[in-house]
Design a protein around this ligand. Structure first.
Ligand code: ASP
Ligand code: MG
Length: 424
């Protein structure tokens, strides 16, 4: 008998019909002899609608009340799902995040899980019931208030439950067939991956792949949870995301040199021009940036001009954080002693990811050659052990992704079937 955690995203429970379909799927898993725990998202676009509603009432909704409001979305879907399962003759019980023991810190809107005490979920399973847990929400012990985990937080709920209960697998049901070598809407020849490591998934997600949330993958990697990303609209096997380089049978996971290609149009580039090339200047500039809380990514410093002893430093960051960082730097311009600032939001970031990169040479050369043959200029480069990222012009990004996908031999023979899913 296995213990399976299943997570259903908003698109899988968008209306009553979908809820009944999902209930059937859960019951089938139970009938096959498994213990089943379900984490569920709010129906369809409920969360967005609730956010809009709050903003109609006030421009800056109170954070505590916002969490009270948003957690109602998941309460609706969990109760409906439990009812549907019961009507099919199986025992099911729904639990809010706090009832299920999702203990978090007190950061409303972006709380972190600090402990999981799923006593009631365990009890329900022991009594033969299916446990349905509201995703995306938790409880802070000190404030005794309800919290939310941030957008897409239901993935994290599912993984945290799987870890705490020692589940055999955490199935993430969504409206796409799995994790692809690239976004099939951009690269029609993209292929569904059978498996990849959670480390690769993390790099792909950080580089713009949207099928799984970074925090959930990070949690799975740290706690050794195997994820199975699959469609709730068919019975196809999806993609396994393995926490280690070995699968359950102890076989070494085959490592293609490149597992996937990701693209991101949500970043901008800031260039600090004319920075004195002396010790401490980079520290000063990035301390100013850090104080804004912005999450910066690539950093490039040029060689300083011999005549002036001045250099330029460029970095990328999410567009949404561009304004506050530019403002903070402008205010400190005189004190920090640089000449000027440039802001460029017409950039695209392309990344190739693959654990096999560790053990093979020439991957960068192959990437840069492919881009140059297509006449695509590279503006910035950064690497990790298993990723190479480059910045291009925004309007060249999608073309670049297709070129690179082909160059690394990732193209499928047929065009991928895209169900028009959002990956949620
Ligand atoms: N309902 C929340 C959201 O839309 C959480 C989730 O779907 O995972 O962000
Ligand atoms: Mg949602």
């Amino acid at each position: 008998m296995s213990l399976i955690v299943q997570k259903f995203g908003g698109s899988s429970v968008a209306d009553a019909e979908s809820i009944k379909r999902v209930a059937k799927r859960i019951v089938e898993t139970r009938k096959a002899g498994n213990d089943v725990v379900v984490a569920v998202s709010a129906m369809g676009d409920t969360t967005d609608e609730l956010i809009d509603l709050a903003h109609e009432v006030t421009p800056i909704p109170d954070a505590r009340e916002m969490d009270m409001l948003l957690t109602t979305g998941e309460r609706i879907s969990m109760a409906l799902l439990a009812m549907a399962i019961k009507s099919m003759g199986h025992d099911a019980r729904s639990y809010t995040g706090s009832q299920a023991g999702m203990i978090t810190d007190d950061r409303h809107g972006s709380a972190r899980i600090v402990d999981v005490t799923p006593g009631r979920v365990r009890e329900a399973l022991d009594e033969g019931a299916i446990a349905i847990v509201a995703g995306f929400q938790g409880f802070n012990r000190t404030s005794k208030d309800i919290t939310t985990l941030g957008r897409g937080g239901s993935d994290t709920t599912a993984v945290a439950l799987a870890a705490a209960l020692g589940a055999d697998v955490c199935e993430i049901y969504t409206d796409v067939d799995g994790v692809f070598t690239a976004d099939p809407r951009v690269v029609p020849q993209a292929r569904k991956l059978e498996r990849l490591t959670s480390e690769e998934m993390l790099e792909l997600a950080a580089a713009g792949a949207k099928v799984l949330y970074i925090r959930a993958v990070e949690y799975a990697r740290r706690h050794g949870v195997t994820l199975h990303v699959r469609s709730s609209f068919n019975n196809n096997e999806g993609t396994l995301v393995l926490p280690a380089e070995h699968d359950q049978e102890g076989d070494r996971v085959e490592e293609p040199i490149i597992t996937g290609v990701a693209g991101d149009l949500n970043e901008a580039k800031v260039t600090v021009v004319g920075v004195p090339d002396v010790p401490g200047k980079a520290a000063e500039i990035f301390t100013i940036v850090a104080k804004t809380g912005a999450n910066i990514d690539m950093i490039v410093q040029n060689v300083s001009a011999a005549a002036t002893g001045l250099t330029d430093i460029s970095f990328t960051l999410p567009k949404a954080e561009g304004e506050k960082v530019m403002t903070a730097l402008t205010v400190e311009k005189e004190a920090a002693g640089f000449e000027s600032l440039q802001y460029d939001d017409q950039i695209g970031k392309l990344a190739v990811v693959g654990a096999g990169m560790r053990t093979s040479a020439g991957v960068s050369a192959q990437l840069f050659t492919a881009l140059s043959e297509a006449g695509i200029n590279i503006e910035m480069i950064s690497t990790s052990e298993i990723r190479i990222s480059v910045v291009t012009r925004a309007d060249q990004l999608q073309h670049a992704m297709r070129i690179v996908h082909t160059a690394f031999g990732l193209d499928a023979d047929e065009v991928a079937v895209v169900h028009g899913g959002t990956g949620r």
